[in-house]
Design a protein around this ligand. Structure first.
Ligand code: 13P
Length: 253
Protein backbone atom coordinates (compact mmCIF):
# COMPACT_ATOMS: atom_id res chain seq x y z
CA UNK A 1 0.00 0.00 0.00
CA UNK A 2 1.30 3.45 -0.90
CA UNK A 3 2.48 5.57 2.00
CA UNK A 4 0.93 8.99 2.48
CA UNK A 5 3.02 11.67 0.81
CA UNK A 6 5.35 13.93 2.77
CA UNK A 7 6.36 17.32 1.39
CA UNK A 8 9.01 19.18 3.33
CA UNK A 9 10.52 22.59 2.66
CA UNK A 10 14.16 23.15 3.54
CA UNK A 11 14.65 26.88 3.94
CA UNK A 12 18.43 26.54 4.32
CA UNK A 13 20.00 29.89 5.34
CA UNK A 14 16.97 31.95 4.36
CA UNK A 15 14.39 33.64 6.52
CA UNK A 16 13.99 36.32 9.16
CA UNK A 17 10.97 37.59 11.06
CA UNK A 18 9.81 39.44 7.94
CA UNK A 19 9.10 36.00 6.42
CA UNK A 20 6.67 34.90 9.13
CA UNK A 21 3.60 35.99 7.09
CA UNK A 22 4.85 33.85 4.16
CA UNK A 23 5.30 30.91 6.51
CA UNK A 24 1.77 31.47 7.80
CA UNK A 25 0.42 31.39 4.23
CA UNK A 26 2.14 28.06 3.62
CA UNK A 27 0.89 26.64 6.92
CA UNK A 28 -2.69 27.65 6.30
CA UNK A 29 -2.70 26.29 2.72
CA UNK A 30 -1.19 23.03 3.96
CA UNK A 31 -3.91 22.69 6.59
CA UNK A 32 -6.43 22.54 3.75
CA UNK A 33 -4.60 19.76 1.87
CA UNK A 34 -5.73 16.30 2.89
CA UNK A 35 -3.73 13.10 2.58
CA UNK A 36 -0.33 14.81 2.60
CA UNK A 37 1.96 15.66 5.50
CA UNK A 38 3.71 19.01 5.17
CA UNK A 39 6.57 20.50 7.17
CA UNK A 40 9.02 23.40 6.94
CA UNK A 41 12.60 23.08 8.18
CA UNK A 42 13.48 26.64 9.12
CA UNK A 43 16.61 28.37 10.36
CA UNK A 44 16.87 27.60 14.09
CA UNK A 45 16.36 31.28 14.90
CA UNK A 46 12.82 31.25 13.47
CA UNK A 47 11.44 27.97 14.80
CA UNK A 48 10.22 29.24 18.14
CA UNK A 49 8.32 32.21 16.73
CA UNK A 50 6.87 30.18 13.85
CA UNK A 51 5.80 27.30 16.10
CA UNK A 52 4.28 29.63 18.68
CA UNK A 53 2.17 31.51 16.18
CA UNK A 54 1.30 28.52 13.95
CA UNK A 55 0.51 25.73 16.40
CA UNK A 56 -0.41 22.49 14.68
CA UNK A 57 1.90 22.92 11.70
CA UNK A 58 5.12 20.87 11.67
CA UNK A 59 8.37 22.82 11.90
CA UNK A 60 11.83 21.29 11.89
CA UNK A 61 15.50 22.06 12.21
CA UNK A 62 18.03 21.58 9.42
CA UNK A 63 20.51 19.70 11.57
CA UNK A 64 20.76 18.30 15.08
CA UNK A 65 23.86 17.60 17.14
CA UNK A 66 24.50 14.02 18.20
CA UNK A 67 25.26 14.92 21.82
CA UNK A 68 22.64 15.89 24.38
CA UNK A 69 24.63 18.92 25.54
CA UNK A 70 28.19 20.09 25.89
CA UNK A 71 30.99 22.24 24.52
CA UNK A 72 29.89 22.46 20.87
CA UNK A 73 29.85 26.12 19.94
CA UNK A 74 27.18 26.98 17.42
CA UNK A 75 25.40 23.62 17.52
CA UNK A 76 21.81 22.77 18.40
CA UNK A 77 20.71 19.71 20.37
CA UNK A 78 17.55 17.67 19.92
CA UNK A 79 16.23 18.94 23.25
CA UNK A 80 16.76 22.54 22.09
CA UNK A 81 14.86 21.92 18.87
CA UNK A 82 12.00 20.28 20.74
CA UNK A 83 11.98 23.14 23.24
CA UNK A 84 11.69 25.63 20.37
CA UNK A 85 8.66 23.77 19.04
CA UNK A 86 10.27 21.65 16.32
CA UNK A 87 9.01 18.14 15.70
CA UNK A 88 11.60 17.01 13.18
CA UNK A 89 15.11 17.59 11.89
CA UNK A 90 17.02 17.03 8.68
CA UNK A 91 20.37 15.24 9.05
CA UNK A 92 23.17 14.64 6.58
CA UNK A 93 22.20 17.20 3.97
CA UNK A 94 24.89 17.27 1.27
CA UNK A 95 25.57 20.94 2.03
CA UNK A 96 26.47 19.99 5.60
CA UNK A 97 28.40 16.93 4.47
CA UNK A 98 30.52 19.23 2.28
CA UNK A 99 30.55 22.56 4.21
CA UNK A 100 30.91 20.99 7.67
CA UNK A 101 32.74 17.82 6.54
CA UNK A 102 30.13 15.58 8.18
CA UNK A 103 30.80 11.86 7.84
CA UNK A 104 28.30 9.01 7.52
CA UNK A 105 29.21 8.01 11.07
CA UNK A 106 28.32 11.47 12.43
CA UNK A 107 25.14 11.59 10.38
CA UNK A 108 24.09 8.23 11.78
CA UNK A 109 24.77 9.46 15.33
CA UNK A 110 22.70 12.60 14.64
CA UNK A 111 19.82 10.52 13.27
CA UNK A 112 19.92 8.24 16.31
CA UNK A 113 20.06 11.21 18.72
CA UNK A 114 17.12 12.93 17.04
CA UNK A 115 14.94 9.82 17.00
CA UNK A 116 15.83 8.90 20.55
CA UNK A 117 14.77 12.37 21.71
CA UNK A 118 11.44 12.05 19.90
CA UNK A 119 12.09 14.14 16.79
CA UNK A 120 11.16 12.93 13.35
CA UNK A 121 14.30 12.60 11.25
CA UNK A 122 14.88 13.03 7.53
CA UNK A 123 18.19 11.47 6.52
CA UNK A 124 19.69 12.85 3.29
CA UNK A 125 21.86 10.93 0.86
CA UNK A 126 22.88 11.50 -2.75
CA UNK A 127 25.64 11.19 -5.30
CA UNK A 128 27.89 13.71 -7.05
CA UNK A 129 27.83 14.20 -10.82
CA UNK A 130 31.17 12.39 -11.18
CA UNK A 131 29.76 9.35 -9.43
CA UNK A 132 26.61 9.39 -11.58
CA UNK A 133 28.62 9.74 -14.78
CA UNK A 134 30.85 6.86 -13.71
CA UNK A 135 27.76 4.63 -13.43
CA UNK A 136 28.26 4.24 -9.69
CA UNK A 137 25.25 6.19 -8.41
CA UNK A 138 23.16 3.32 -7.05
CA UNK A 139 26.03 1.45 -5.41
CA UNK A 140 27.42 4.66 -3.88
CA UNK A 141 24.14 5.90 -2.47
CA UNK A 142 23.22 2.44 -1.16
CA UNK A 143 26.47 2.27 0.77
CA UNK A 144 26.00 5.83 2.03
CA UNK A 145 22.58 4.75 3.28
CA UNK A 146 23.91 1.59 4.92
CA UNK A 147 26.59 3.61 6.72
CA UNK A 148 24.32 6.40 7.94
CA UNK A 149 21.14 4.50 8.83
CA UNK A 150 20.16 4.75 12.48
CA UNK A 151 20.18 1.57 14.51
CA UNK A 152 19.85 0.49 18.07
CA UNK A 153 17.65 2.00 20.59
CA UNK A 154 17.52 5.36 18.86
CA UNK A 155 16.48 3.93 15.53
CA UNK A 156 12.68 3.99 15.88
CA UNK A 157 12.69 3.34 12.16
CA UNK A 158 9.64 1.17 12.59
CA UNK A 159 7.59 4.06 13.92
CA UNK A 160 5.58 5.14 10.89
CA UNK A 161 6.08 8.76 10.06
CA UNK A 162 9.06 9.25 12.38
CA UNK A 163 11.85 8.43 9.99
CA UNK A 164 12.28 9.30 6.31
CA UNK A 165 15.04 9.22 3.72
CA UNK A 166 15.65 12.00 1.21
CA UNK A 167 17.46 11.02 -1.97
CA UNK A 168 19.00 14.25 -3.22
CA UNK A 169 21.44 13.94 -6.13
CA UNK A 170 23.99 16.69 -5.40
CA UNK A 171 24.09 17.77 -9.04
CA UNK A 172 20.32 18.41 -8.99
CA UNK A 173 20.31 20.67 -5.92
CA UNK A 174 19.66 24.30 -6.81
CA UNK A 175 20.68 23.73 -10.43
CA UNK A 176 17.33 23.36 -12.17
CA UNK A 177 18.48 19.89 -13.29
CA UNK A 178 16.20 17.07 -12.16
CA UNK A 179 16.94 13.36 -12.20
CA UNK A 180 14.82 11.51 -14.76
CA UNK A 181 11.80 9.57 -13.50
CA UNK A 182 13.60 6.36 -14.56
CA UNK A 183 16.71 7.24 -12.56
CA UNK A 184 14.66 8.30 -9.53
CA UNK A 185 12.64 5.08 -9.73
CA UNK A 186 15.77 2.93 -9.99
CA UNK A 187 17.36 4.66 -6.99
CA UNK A 188 14.28 4.63 -4.76
CA UNK A 189 13.71 0.92 -5.47
CA UNK A 190 17.34 0.21 -4.55
CA UNK A 191 17.00 2.26 -1.36
CA UNK A 192 13.77 0.47 -0.44
CA UNK A 193 15.61 -2.84 -0.71
CA UNK A 194 18.31 -1.60 1.66
CA UNK A 195 15.70 -0.30 4.14
CA UNK A 196 13.94 -3.66 4.18
CA UNK A 197 17.29 -5.44 4.55
CA UNK A 198 18.06 -3.22 7.56
CA UNK A 199 14.66 -3.03 9.27
CA UNK A 200 12.59 -5.90 7.89
CA UNK A 201 8.94 -5.05 7.16
CA UNK A 202 9.33 -1.71 8.97
CA UNK A 203 11.57 -0.66 6.06
CA UNK A 204 8.44 -0.52 3.91
CA UNK A 205 7.04 2.16 6.23
CA UNK A 206 9.98 4.55 5.82
CA UNK A 207 9.08 7.30 3.38
CA UNK A 208 11.64 7.99 0.65
CA UNK A 209 11.55 11.60 -0.56
CA UNK A 210 13.18 12.96 -3.69
CA UNK A 211 14.97 16.29 -3.55
CA UNK A 212 16.71 18.42 -6.17
CA UNK A 213 15.06 21.23 -8.15
CA UNK A 214 11.52 20.05 -7.42
CA UNK A 215 9.01 22.68 -8.54
CA UNK A 216 5.37 23.12 -9.49
CA UNK A 217 6.02 21.98 -13.07
CA UNK A 218 7.83 18.72 -12.36
CA UNK A 219 6.28 17.65 -9.03
CA UNK A 220 3.38 15.60 -10.43
CA UNK A 221 5.69 13.57 -12.66
CA UNK A 222 8.08 12.90 -9.78
CA UNK A 223 5.29 11.91 -7.36
CA UNK A 224 4.00 9.42 -9.93
CA UNK A 225 7.25 7.39 -9.70
CA UNK A 226 7.05 4.17 -7.64
CA UNK A 227 8.53 4.49 -4.17
CA UNK A 228 8.58 8.30 -4.29
CA UNK A 229 6.79 9.15 -1.06
CA UNK A 230 7.24 12.90 -1.20
CA UNK A 231 9.78 15.65 -1.75
CA UNK A 232 12.37 17.71 0.07
CA UNK A 233 12.16 21.11 -1.55
CA UNK A 234 14.69 23.94 -1.32
CA UNK A 235 14.25 27.09 -3.40
CA UNK A 236 10.62 26.44 -4.31
CA UNK A 237 9.63 26.16 -0.64
CA UNK A 238 10.40 29.81 0.13
CA UNK A 239 7.08 31.18 -1.05
CA UNK A 240 3.52 29.90 -0.81
CA UNK A 241 3.07 30.67 -4.50
CA UNK A 242 5.76 28.14 -5.45
CA UNK A 243 5.40 25.62 -2.63
CA UNK A 244 1.64 25.16 -2.34
CA UNK A 245 1.27 23.75 -5.90
CA UNK A 246 3.85 21.09 -4.97
CA UNK A 247 1.82 20.19 -1.89
CA UNK A 248 -1.31 20.06 -4.06
CA UNK A 249 0.42 17.77 -6.58
CA UNK A 250 1.24 15.41 -3.70
CA UNK A 251 -2.31 15.57 -2.35
CA UNK A 252 -3.64 14.67 -5.79
CA UNK A 253 -1.79 11.29 -5.80
P1 13P B 1 16.44 22.83 -4.39
O1 13P B 1 14.99 22.40 -4.35
O2 13P B 1 16.63 24.30 -4.27
O3 13P B 1 17.15 22.20 -5.56
O4 13P B 1 17.12 22.22 -3.06
C1 13P B 1 16.94 20.88 -2.77
C2 13P B 1 17.45 20.65 -1.41
O5 13P B 1 18.65 20.70 -1.18
C3 13P B 1 16.47 20.38 -0.35
O6 13P B 1 17.10 19.92 0.80
Amino acid sequence: MALSKYVVGNWKMHGTSSDLPEIASIASAAAGSTGVDVALCLPATLIDRAATSMAGFAFGGQDVHQDEKGAHTGCTSAAMLLDAGASLAIVGHSERRSDQCETDEQVRAKAEAGLKAGLGVILCIGESLDVREAGQAVATVQSQLDASLPHGDGAAAGVPGKFAIAYEPIWAIGTGKVASPADIGEMHKALRERLVAAYGDAGNEVRILYGGSVNASNAAEIFAVDDVDGALVGGASLTAEKFVPIVEAAAAR
